[in-house]
Design a protein around this ligand. Structure first.
Ligand SMILES: [Zn+2]
Ligand SMILES: [Zn+2]
Length: 117
């Protein structure tokens, strides 16, 4: 799901009952916000919180998925560098100075090997 699709699926609108002076917030997804009777209540932060929560959850799910994939694809073995600076262990022989072997980079990303090499 793209961010645009998420935003389109979470259109939040304020509903009003002029007789009971009741207000409520309803999202396209079915979520309903807190109802209040007070005049001039600012719904904007509540709207934002709902959409932010949905996006946060989406990002966390994607990150968990990607981290798992990177973990599965990363070789647990240490890099072994030849005198040209290439990693013989993982077959990255054309590394430029300062470039890391993707396996080391992946481990750093996952936090398993904070100092690399
Ligand atoms: Zn929603
Ligand atoms: Zn390597």
């Amino acid at each position: 799901m793209t961010i645009k699709e998420i935003l389109e699926a979470h259109v939040v609108e304020v509903g009003r009952n002029v007789f009971t002076r009741e207000e409520w917030l309803r999202c396209k997804c079915g979520w309903i916000g807190a109802r209040v009777l007070s005049e001039g209540f600012d719904w904007e932060p509540v709207k934002r919180d709902h959409v932010a929560e949905v996006l946060e959850k989406h990002m966390q799910e994607r990150e968990a998925q990607l981290r798992q994939l990177v973990r599965d694809m990363t070789d647990p073995g240490a890099c072994w560098f030849d005198h040209h600076g290439g990693c013989q262990e993982h077959g990255y022989l054309d590394l430029k100075p300062g470039e890391l072997c993707p396996h080391t980079e992946a481990k750093q990303l996952l936090g398993d090997e904070p100092n690399g090499r």
